[in-house]
Design a protein around this ligand. Sequence first.
Ligand code: FES
Ligand SMILES: [Fe+2]
Length: 437
Amino acid sequence: MKTDFDFEHLIQPTRIHRDLYINPDLFELEMDRIWGAAWIFIGHESQVPAAGDYYTTNINHNVPVVMVRDKNAAVHVLHNRCAHKGAKIVTQRSGNVRGAFRCAYHGWTFKHDGSLLKIPNKEGYDDTGFDVSDPINNLQSVAQVECYRGFVFATLSKQAPDLVSWLGGAIDCFDNLCDRAPEGEVEVAGGVLRYEHNCNWKFIIENLNDTMHPMVVHQSVVQAAEDYISSLPPEAAKQKSEAEIILPFGASYENFEQSGITGFPYGHHYDGGKTSIHADYSVFPEYLAAMISAYGEARTREIFSFNTHNTLYYPSLTIKCAIQNIRVIRPIAVDRFVVETWSFRLKGAPDEMLQRTLLYSRLINSSGSMVGPDDLEVYRRIQEGLPSNANPWVEMHRQYGREEIHDDRVTGGGTSDLDMRTQYQAWKQYMTGEAFR
Ligand code: FES
Ligand SMILES: [Fe+2]
């Protein structure tokens, strides 16, 4: 496998090389140096509410892990690999292991924190040099695990800074998502939408804050929504409010420009802040009353006035504070990845809020929706177009040099390529080993 890439050549200030999307060796290096180093989103604590509850996923394409809650309510993230001969310990997506993990091959058992509990017929190891208390015989914990407001992250790197430092100023979006709950907490609800896309994983995270595409790619669906709304009788208020979720995807260049983009170290960014395409949703009176009773009027106004569209925690997680759903990215190969959409219930809020979140996930993110497949179609077209030798470069010049640089963040126009430049600076730092130096 080739590892001696010239990263200065591949990532330039305003363009990146196509090999980032089509070279299998570069993909393997990304899995090792980006996905094997950054904090990767594993799941939400509410997915494992009781002792023994587990949820399995992958940190990168070949590192399976299991998130599990122990009897003292602590949440662990363990390598999903038996300490004996390497069998995967848990094969289901989620469930409960009751008292202990038990390997299906030779029956070794492990406590919820991964420590070895029992080996059948253990006398066979007497006088062999096998040390039952050696930690190598436990299910191994990943290098670091941390949780922020219920969101569990893990990293395979001991050098990664603590999670809060790594999230930096982009942490405001986690706070805003949770503060929108009258009880200050959210929980997973309504199942998951999980799809495999036949293209490189970076297309979806580049697309999040690409505000030059919605009015083009989604033009036909916005037109259809407008036609539908104008055909509705006045009493069809519910159908009208549902179809209105689609209209902001046809917002003008000026609107998107005003919303702005903010970039942070380690490749995180969001668009919006004072305003976003989610800013004009109606507020259900019962929800507003619950928020005011929990926080008071001034704080409630403050919470609602922070209005972002998409936030990326590079490379694995994208969240929507105002709509309470998230998308989780899991690469599989240079031209394949899985994306999951999870919806959240705001604790203490009326059920209408969850219904709107679920409706949004179905209308916008589902493969059966009218918006998400538009984006997927263009990702595939890029994957098919890039191998052409016509031009090896993907450009990202828009508003280059017009960014404002602050202590902990960079801000720029909403239609700029600031988001891509932020991501690829981080990409280069991870790939050259500079990120945590
Ligand atoms: S591989 Fe797990 S007990 Fe043997
Ligand atoms: Fe889109």
